[in-house]
Each structure stands twice: as C-alpha cells, then as structure tokens.
Write a protein that binds this ligand. Structure first.
Ligand SMILES: Nc1ncnc2c1ncn2[C@@H]1O[C@H](COP(=O)(O)OP(=O)(O)O)[C@@H](O)[C@H]1O
Ligand SMILES: [Mg+2]
Length: 400
C-alpha cells in the first residue's frame, strides 16, 4: 500500500513527536504538522495547507478551541469529503455529537495512551485508504466508506429485525439505492421475511464464491427490495450459517460499506463472534431494549461488555421498543439504569406485525402512524448528517 499523508492541524509543537512515539516503527504514513493558530482556521488558510500537503488524513487538535476544530472539520467535509478527519480532543458525548455532524470519523483524547492513540489513527487511515481505493478504482461507488450501523440487543424478540428493517427502508427512502441491509442472525435470520423477499442468493453464497470478496462482486448476491433498498439475506438454515466465519462477516460488511452510503446490520441475540466482528467494523450501534426489568438489566450488561472489549468508538443510539408497555418502568428509570439517554421510544402497534404480511415495514406502509413517525426519528439521526450528494433531495419524514 502506498503511504498515506497525514496532516496534524495543531499548535502543539510536541504532538508530532507524540504520534510518532505511539506508532514506533509501524507508521505507514508521511506525517506533517500544520502549526495552526487561532484565527488561521479560515477556508483560505485551510486551502493553502491542503495545497501544500495534500493529505489523506487530517488530525485536528489538540490545543485548538473546540469551535475552531469543528469549523475546520466542517470545512473539510464540505470541500474535501475524501479526506478522513480525526479529532484530538476530550471525547465527551456532546463533542461526539457535534463531531459526527461535522463529518469527523473518530475522536481521541489528547492524553490517550499510545495504543489508543495509534488505534484511532489507524482506523482513520484505514477509511482514508478505502476511500482512495474507491476514488481510483471505481467511479460508480459513492466514493467514500459508508456508515455501518449494527442493531443489537441481548435478547431475542426485542425488536432488532423490526428496528433494522424500518431503519434500512427509511434510509433508502431518503437515499435510494444507497442503503444495504445485511442479515447476520445466522441461525434464525428473518430480514428476508420482514421485507417479503424470496432471495435467490444469501450471505452463504457470497462467502462461498471463489476468489477474494470484493464490493462489486458482492452486489450480485444482493436482493432488491422495492423501496430501493438492497438486502444480503441470511442463510436458509442454521447449519448453513456455520459456513460463515466471523472474519468473513466483517469483510462482507466492510466491503458493502465501500459501495453503499449506509449498511444496516441485523444481528442475532447477544454478542456472538459474528456480531462482535460487525460491531468492530461499525460506525454506529443501535441498542434495542424492551421496557421490562430483565431486558434493561441484560442491556446494561451488554453495554458493560462492549466497554470492556474496547468497543467504545461507535456512536451508540438507544431505542426502547414497545415503550408504552405498562410494566412498572418508565423511560427515566431505563435511562437511570443504563446511564444513557433514550434516543427513540417506539410504541407497541398492531401495524408492526401486520406490515410483515405486506413485506413493507411500517415506516413505508403506514407512514402516518405513530410508530412510523417514531421510526422516522431514528432514521433522522442518521439522515440528518450532511448528504454527501450535492443537491440530493430529502423527503420530510412522516409524510409521503
Ligand atoms: N413495536 C412493536 N409493536 C408490535 N409488535 C412488535 C413491535 N416490535 C416488534 N414486534 C413484533 O415482535 C416480534 C419480534 O420482533 P423482532 O423484530 O423479530 O425481534 P428480534 O429480531 O429482536 O428477535 C415480531 O413478531 C414483531 O413483529
Ligand atoms: Mg431478528
């Protein structure tokens, strides 16, 4: 692989040395520092730097005002979307939100230990390398690595498939043919059923195909849903699912992200190795939980497990399903117990199972219903990110 060019935009004179030290001898990149000062964070100042160093990765900070750092990230996102941006700043949840909106790929603390700092750089470099590959090798693709959104829950029956299929269809309504859904519930996956698809090919065919997995070849194993969504359906039997390794699952998800702006991953209950490898590749996690005490407790344990495994760089979104169930808990109890805000509460509705008969999730079949609007709120958390396609029109959610 050719060397990537990395620009450190920071007034901190020692930071270049700090990054070199974190990498030791393993740095496969050309590192430079732009001694950016307050007041220089202007489009002109940036353009000049980019012209001088034409970087693949820009690390912003440390020691920059947050507003300046975010302004720089936004400017890069708008003018040079092919550059991957890493923010070096204390990663509070609030900053994460702003950072993601500004197109930042990852946030790392200024005083992170070597391993964490290196991982953050490596991840950002990986995305840059993929983007460059796309730009050079395939002009049909979106030209940037898409967001990978894994939908998780410790329990079966909590609504993972319902949430992932509504999310995927909702995103596809906003960005037709830019969304793929993958069924990684290898035992009892039912994405195909929930979308009314009778797939000709499944994930198993995709990984059994001879030769290296590549994004273009993968496309031939997808099923097309009439909402302009593409689906890589799950195996027909649990036994077949055993042919898919966790590594292959991760590769499939990553390769699809080279071709699609969004990849939604439906998973089986809990954190099996396939789910974990999808989580590793993910930019976002949607955690689905029901309103009862055991579900909340299980989710708390799952979150603790993710933390312990170091899976903390993905943006987490909490969805409470059947949130109107009267079981003695309210949303505030759930938030207190899980220690994170509820992002979307979805009501119980007969329209959800009924929509299965139509093969069209409620978000598209019952657009005026309350549940459809609630799912639309979830979609908006992703679709509100600046659309990468200039002039792409976005429908108003909840309306036809
Ligand atoms: N908000 C809801 N209202 C009514 N039924 C729901 C709702 N969410 C899920 N269901 C139903 O519950 C069952 C399990 O949901 P599913 O999404 O398949 O869960 P999982 O994928 O987590 O096993 C399905 O029959 C689904 O239609
Ligand atoms: Mg399911």
């Amino acid at each position: 692989m050719t060397e990537l060019r990395i620009l450190l935009a920071t007034p901190h004179a020692g930071y270049e040395q700090r990054v070199r030290q974190a990498f030791g001898a393993t740095l496969n990149g050309d590192l430079r520092r732009w001694d950016v000062a307050h007041g220089e964070v202007t489009p002109d100042g940036l353009l000049q730097q980019l012209a001088n160093s034409s970087p693949d990765v820009v690390a912003i900070g440390p020691d920059l005002e947050t507003d300046d750092a975010l302004a720089l990230a936004r400017e890069l996102e708008q003018t040079r979307p092919e550059i991957s941006v890493l923010l070096v700043s204390e990663p509070t949840p609030e900053l994460w939100q702003h950072a993601l909106r500004a197109g930042v790929r990852d946030v790392v603390a200024p005083d992170a230990v070597d391993a964490d700092l290196r991982t953050a750089f490596e991840r950002t470099m990986e995305v840059a390398a993929r983007r460059r590959h796309n730009l050079v090798g395939d002009t049909d693709g979106p030209g940037s690595a898409g967001r990978i959104i894994s939908v998780l829950s410790p329990k079966g029956g909590s609504g993972k498939t319902t949430v992932s299929s509504n999310l995927a269809v909702g995103l596809a309504m906003a960005e037709p043919n830019q969304v793929a859904i993958v069924d990684l519930d290898l035992q009892f996956g039912d994405v195909a059923a929930s979308l009314g698809l009778s797939p000709q090919h499944t994930l198993v065919d995709a990984v059994r195909a001879p030769g290296e997995l590549d994004g273009m070849a993968l496309k031939s194993f997808l099923s097309s849903h009439h909402s302009d969504l593409w689906a890589l359906c799950g195996p027909e039997s649990p036994a077949e699912g055993e042919d898919v390794t966790a590594d292959q699952a991760k590769q499939v998800v990553e390769k699809l992200a080279d071709e699609f702006r969004y990849v939604v991953v439906d998973t089986g209950a809990g954190l099996d190795e396939h789910t974990l490898s999808a989580v590793e590749a993910s930019t976002d996690l949607v955690l689905v939980c029901a309103m009862d005490v055991t579900s909340v407790r299980s989710l708390r344990k799952e979150i603790a497990a993710l933390d312990q495994l170091g899976m903390t760089h993905q943006r987490r979104h909490l969805v409470i399903n059947r949130a109107d169930s009267k079981v003695g808990l309210d949303l505030r109890d759930v938030e207190a117990s899980i220690d994170m805000p509820v992002d979307v509460a979805v009501s119980s509705s007969r329209a959800v199972p009924l929509s299965l008969n139509q093969g069209l999730p409620v978000i598209a079949s019952e657009t005026r219903s309350q549940v459809a609007r609630q799912f639309a709120q979830l979609v908006e958390r992703f679709a509100e990110q600046p659309a990468a396609v200039p002039g792409a029109r976005r429908r108003k959610w909840g309306q036809r």
